[in-house]
Every structure is written in structure tokens, then in C-alpha cells.
Ligand binder design. Sequence first.
Ligand code: SF4
Ligand code: SF4
Length: 74
Amino acid sequence: MARDIERSAPCGLNGSISWNDAVCVHCGACTSVCPAECLTMDKESWTLVFDKGKCLACQVCVKACPVGAMKVTV
Ligand code: SF4
Ligand code: SF4
């Protein structure tokens, strides 16, 4: 079954955050560095889960991702 290539969610500061499942290597770096603890990797589906309301749009996850899978637009 095909997986979604991109998921996006409203960001706390009127922006959007997207995760590219096609290039993500599931290293967990984004979930570790997020200061708001709003990213979690579901270890069964290997899906990145966002807690939309907490995101600060700080772009720390974008900088931490080794493959450019995260994008935050504000
Ligand atoms: S932009 Fe900042 S607060 Fe939002 S998910 Fe990324 S690291 Fe977390
Ligand atoms: S840092 Fe990038 S490659 Fe690693 S889990 Fe997060 S989105 Fe995937």
C-alpha cells in the first residue's frame, strides 16, 4: 500500500509544517531536538505525528534533518 508522500499541519504561528515521507530515514533527529516536544515518530507505522498546537515555527527540526524532509513555512 502506498504511503502519503507529504503530510502537513497548521503551525502554531500561522504557518505550516510538512514532512516528506518519501525521503525521511526515520532517524528521530527532529523529534529529539524539537523544543516544544510536538513531534513524535510512531514506531509501528513509521509516521511522524505532529501536535499542531504546540509548534513554535522555530525551524530547529528543519535544520536537524539530514535529508531535508522537514519544511516549515511561516
Ligand atoms: S518548527 Fe520548531 S517547534 Fe515546530 S516542530 Fe519544528 S522544532 Fe518543533
Ligand atoms: S530528522 Fe528528517 S530524516 Fe530524521 S526522522 Fe525527522 S524528518 Fe525523518
